[in-house]
Design a protein around this ligand. Sequence first.
Ligand code: MF3
Ligand code: CO
Length: 247
Amino acid sequence: MIIVKTEEEIDLLREPCAIVRDCLNLIGKRICAGMTTKEVDTLVYDYIKSCGAEPSELGYCGYPASACVSVNEVVVHGIPDDRVLREGDIVSVDIVAYKNGFHGDACRTYCIGEVSEEKKKLVRVTEECFFKGIEDLKAGTPLYDIGYRVQCHAEANGFSVIRSYTGHGIGREMHEDPSVPNFGRKGTGVRLPANSVLCIEPMIAAGGWRVKVLDDGWTAVTLDRKSAAHYENTVVVREGGVEILTL
Ligand code: MF3
Ligand code: CO
């Protein structure tokens, strides 16, 4: 069941969303070759705490960190560790903050120094997929129109859409209904009500879409070990369009 939010609730949601946005902007300024993924996680933990918020991912279903830091072939849920970032890597950082009783969730993929043309294009197209996904999105839009648009753009660029992870509703819980796939058939799915709040998060692979989860139970890598990118914002569906809370 989609939990529609009141204006008061949306106002409460603005703060955790702004914290996540500002934290990702800070990471964009700091992230560089030589840094470990654990150092990225520490930056996230310290920043979120300094805002009087909680890192929602820490302890979620036993997840051991405050950020998902996913390098190259890691699609999502990369557990921060001693891995050192190197020139040419692409790194997605996915974070969630909890404040005022609500969660805000967003993700960016960063390029470390000079990266290959293919990786550069993958990062750009993944971000474009988000904006394609929200094109024409407004109250009454069928849910799977989002995924249809994302998939068209990814595949038109020779990339593939990860199937086993999706976007989601968000609010007092980090994951609420509906599940928001990045693929689908136009004109199908529930018609989204005004004031539903969604995390739209294309996860796009340079090669095939198949993934496997490593023995740690979290880290999802592409089966062909080609790179993947991830871009996410928390948005409110409005009568005339969407309001993006994490930009
Ligand atoms: N931020 C992720 C999402 O977009 C959730 C990660 S859950 C965690 O849905 F436990 F891995 F952190
Ligand atoms: Co996220």
